[in-house]
Ligand binder design. Structure first.
Ligand SMILES: [Zn+2]
Ligand SMILES: [Zn+2]
Length: 83
């Protein structure tokens, strides 16, 4: 069985339909202001932020941190995982 992860918060689901049904507490528009969105990259042992390259061992820890090279401004958004 496959695992599916939200690209905003790293929450794991067993199906895309259940993932996209849930509100995301780390949605870019605000906490719970949108649904989880599918991370379309492969499951990895290490994830890197596509803006700053910082590496994390999980999507949930990557998305927990503010990104100092975020496109809208330093620390104005969270790290985003590269695919
Ligand atoms: Zn989410
Ligand atoms: Zn970053």
């Amino acid at each position: 069985m496959s695992n599916y992860y939200c690209k905003h918060c790293g929450t794991k689901y067993s199906s895309i339909s259940s993932l996209t049904a849930g509100s995301c507490f780390r949605h870019p528009a605000g906490s719970n202001k949108g649904k989880h969105a599918l991370y379309e990259g492969a499951e990895k042992s290490r994830y890197e932020c596509k803006f700053c390259g910082t590496g994390y061992s999980s999507l949930s820890s990557l998305t927990a941190g503010s990104c100092y090279r975020h496109p809208i401004g330093s620390n104005k958004g969270r790290h985003e995982a590269a695919l």
